[in-house]
Design a protein. Sequence first.
Length: 84
Amino acid sequence: QDWKKELQFASFDLIFDVMGGKQSWNDCRAYNVLKPKGRFVTVAGDFEADTQMSCCVVCGVGCGVLNRKFWSVMGEQSYYMVNQ
């Protein structure tokens, strides 16, 4: 089943992501699965399983995390990486 359709507008207080990848975060926000003050916690981060490590990939992931942290400080959904 497609979790995005099943859980759309479910309004969870907390989502604990163990799969990783930035698509999980984007889907949670796009489908309103997370409450406005909800928390998204990931233990895997933005890296996909088949990602080749390079300087560009690391910089891109870093910018993505900083962007989410910025918006969480501004009052949007909170984003946490456990390995921070």
